[in-house]
Ligand binder design. Sequence first.
Ligand code: MN
Length: 266
Amino acid sequence: MTSTSERPLILVSNDDGIEAAGILSLAAALDPIGDVIVAAPLQEMSAVGHAITMREPVRARPWPFRGPSGQITAHAISGTPADCVKLALNKLVPRQPDIVVSGINHGPNTAVNVIYSGTVSAATEAAILGIPAIAFSYCRWGGGDFEASGRIARQIVQHVLANTMPPGILLNVNIPDVPFDDLEGIMITRQAQARWEEEFAERVDPFDRPYYWLSGTFVNLDEGTNTDLWAVDNNWVSVTPIQHDLTAYRAMEVLQDWDWSESSEK
Ligand code: MN
């Protein structure tokens, strides 16, 4: 923890790339409350999940990143969101950040989308190391006005800095696409049970080889009123505590009761 006289060090990353409007809004919203360092992919890296780069070098270069009150220290990195946070924490920050934030993603990261999300993975990388971490997503594809989501992000970061995050836990925040005054408030949620009904368009390339292109329809299978999808559909800011420990603890007992001996029936 920092002493109260010291400004918190805030590392900012994303998966939409260092030129995205969302990361500028996040860095600008946090600039007044801490020392912000940006480490973000040079190119868009949405839906790369927790991929890391191991078979080629990762390069970082200073990036002219301007917030409303002046220059913000920034590094553009030739890697994935997880690469960015790993490299920043090892090489680019003067001390361990007090918090790592990712986003603001262009589009929701609700329900099963959490596992595909590069935005969430950047934050997860910090949580693995015990650093408080938050992934922020704005529930609108493409452009839009990040003013409300920036204000919400600052508010949530201040709450996290003032409290103690349970070990290994990070927050996945989804912000509805409504003006600030229309937000109902903050709701603690769980991931909705939902899935993609996948479709692959099949076409033929100029060399007569078939290729496939993934698309699909997102289907909410969950009628709960405490889910991330319900919250954002009803103008609440959804805050879901998540973890990288994927162990299904309740299933351990079930599996322990199985007979694991070599079958005698053969
Ligand atoms: Mn993205």
